[in-house]
Design a protein around this ligand. Structure first.
Ligand SMILES: *Cc1c(COP(=O)(O)O)cnc(C)c1O
Length: 433
C-alpha cells in the first residue's frame, strides 16, 4: 500500500492566515445596521467584538500574521495530518485518489479551535473579562470554553435546549474547561423570557440562542460575544487548514481536482477551500464543493439576500444565502449544519460560480460515515460525513468514466460524541430528513 500520511514539521506551520476579501472578483456588500439599514460602522460593532477582530472582518490585507501566542497553542495539534484514503479507494474500486485533512485531532475534536483560540486571544489582549456565545450541538461551545480557559476569560454558553438534554457529554466537556453552560431559551435574558412566554413548548434554536448571547454581551460592559462561523474573520482564521494542505499536497506530489467540505455556516469549507479558490482565481482548474443536509439546504435552495443572523433581529443584516431568520430546521443528527444562513464570502462565491453546493439526506450520509469508519478507521462526525458522501459519489463517477481524479475532503471533526446517533442509524430509527 502507498505511503498514506503527510505530516508537516511544526516549524513549517503557516505563519499567516489568508484573507480572500481583496481577491474576491466583486467586493462583498457591507453588513447593515439592523435598526437603520445603513452600512454598519466599525465603532458600532465594538460593544460585541474586540477591535482587532472588527479590523480583520473588514481588512483588505491579503495575509494576516498569526501572533506567537496563538501559534504556540495551535502547535499542540497543528499542523494536522493529511491522509491518503487508500483503504476507502480500494473498497470503492475507484481510479480516483482520495485525500482527507483530519481536523478532528484538536482538543475539542473539530476545526473550531482554529478560530476560538484566536478570538479569545484578541479579547484577552483588549481586556475582555467575559465572553458569551451560543452553541447548537455543543462543538462551538466546547471549542470556545477550551480557548477562554487558556486565556483566563470567563465564558458563558447558551446551548440550544434540545441538545442540552440530548448531548450531555458535549455539555460536560464545556464544563470541564470551566465555562458556564445553560439551556436556551433561558430565563436569564429578556429575549429568552419572551420566547418562554410566547412558545412555552419550544426546544430552542440557534437563532434564539444567538439572540440571548448577543443581548447578554450588549448589556454587560466587560463582556463581548463570539461567533463560531459565518463572519469573515472566522473564515480567515480557518484558512490555516487549506494553507497546510497545499504544502502537504506538494509532499504528496499531487494537486486536487475537487475540494470538498461540509457546510453549516461555512467555516470548515472556507478553511480547506479558500486557499484553493485563490489558485482558481489565478487560473488553476479545480472545483470546490460545499455539502449540506437536504433538511437545511441554505446554499442549494436559500435566497441570496440581506437577512438577520438571529431570531430577535439584533445582529447586523448580512448579504448571504438564507432560508429566513425564523427558519427552524428539523432536528437532524448533524447539529452543526442546522443554521438558516451562511458565510457572506461563501455565499457570494457560490453565487459567482466559483464554488458549488450540493446536499444529501440523512441516511445516505450515515451510510457513508460507516463506510469511512470501516475502511479508514476514524469515526467521523455526522457533519463531516456529508463531505465523505460527496467524495464517495465523485470517486464512483470516476469509476464509471475511468478518470483518475484527485479528490480532497475536509474531515472537520470526529464523531466520538455522536454514538447515540450512530446507534439510531444501526437500529433503523433514523429519519431520512
Ligand atoms: C460546527 C461544525 C461544522 C459546521 O460548521 P461550519 O462553520 O460550516 O464549518 C462542521 N463540522 C464539524 C465537526 C463542526 O463541529
Amino acid at each position: 500500500m502507498e505511503y498514506t500520511k503527510y505530516i508537516l514539521d511544526e516549524n513549517d506551520m503557516p505563519k499567516k492566515w489568508y484573507n480572500i476579501l481583496p481577491d474576491m472578483p466583486t467586493p462583498l456588500e457591507p453588513p447593515l445596521n439592523p435598526a437603520t439599514n445603513e452600512p454598519i460602522k466599525p465603532e458600532e460593532l465594538e460593544p460585541l467584538f474586540a477591535r482587532e477582530l472588527i479590523k480583520q472582518e473588514m481588512s483588505d490585507k491579503r495575509y494576516i500574521n498569526i501572533p506567537d501566542e496563538i501559534k504556540d497553542i495551535y502547535k499542540l495539534w497543528r499542523p494536522s495530518p493529511l491522509y491518503r484514503a487508500s483503504r476507502l479507494e480500494k473498497e470503492l474500486d475507484t481510479p480516483a485518489k482520495i485525500y482527507y485533512k483530519h481536523e478532528g485531532v484538536s482538543p475539542a475534536g473539530s476545526h473550531k479551535p482554529n478560530t476560538s483560540i484566536a478570538q479569545a486571544y484578541y479579547n484577552m489582549k483588549e481586556g475582555t473579562e467575559r465572553i458569551t456565545t451560543e452553541t447548537g450541538a455543543g462543538q462551538w461551545g466546547s471549542a470556545l470554553s477550551l480557548a477562554c480557559n487558556y486565556f483566563d476569560i470567563e465564558c458563558k454558553v447558551y446551548m440550544v435546549q434540545s441538545s442540552f438534554y440530548q448531548k450531555p457529554y458535549r455539555k460536560s466537556l464545556i464544563n470541564l474547561w470551566g465555562a458556564n453552560v445553560i439551556p436556551s431559551p433561558s430565563n436569564e435574558t429578556q429575549f429568552g423570557r419572551k420566547i418562554q412566554e410566547d412558545f412555552p413548548d419550544t426546544s430552542g434554536s440557534l437563532g434564539i440562542a444567538i439572540s440571548e448571547a448577543v443581548e447578554d454581551a450588549a448589556l454587560n460592559d466587560n463582556t463581548k460575544y463570539a461567533l463560531g462561523s459565518v463572519l469573515n474573520h472566522v473564515m480567515h482564521h480557518q484558512t490555516i487548514i487549506g494553507l497546510e494542505t497545499q504544502e502537504q499536497m506538494k509532499m504528496a506530489e499531487d494537486y486536487p481536482d475537487i475540494v470538498i467540505g461540509c457546510c453549516g455556516g461555512g467555516s470548515n469549507l472556507a478553511g480547506i477551500g479558500l486557499p484553493f479558490i485563490k489558485d482558481k482565481i489565478d487560473g488553476n482548474d479545480l472545483r470546490v464543493i460545499g455539502v449540506e443536509p437536504s433538511a437545511c439546504p441554505t446554499l442549494s435552495a436559500g435566497e441570496f439576500r440581506y437577512d438577520y443572523g438571529d431570531m430577535a433581529k439584533m445582529t447586523p443584516l448580512l448579504k448571504m444565502h438564507t432560508l429566513g431568520y425564523d427558519f427552524i430546521p428539523p432536528a437532524i443528527h448533524a447539529g452543526g449544519l442546522r443554521y438558516h444562513g451562511c458565510s457572506p464570502i461563501i455565499s457570494q462565491l457560490v453565487n459567482e460560480g466559483l464554488m458549488e453546493a450540493t446536499n444529501y439526506h440523512q441516511i445516505e450520509v450515515f451510510e457513508a460515515g460507516v463506510t469511512f469508519a470501516r475502511t479508514e478507521g476514524f469515526a467521523p462526525a455526522p457533519e463531516s460525513s456529508h463531505a465523505i458522501k460527496c467524495a464517495i459519489d465523485e470517486a464512483l463517477k470516476c469509476k464509471e468514466t475511468g478518470e483518475e481524479k484527485t479528490i480532497l475532503l475536509n474531515l472537520s471533526g470526529h464523531g466520538h460524541f455522536d454514538m447515540t446517533s450512530y446507534d439510531k442509524y444501526f437500529n433503523g430509527e433514523l429519519g431520512n430528513e
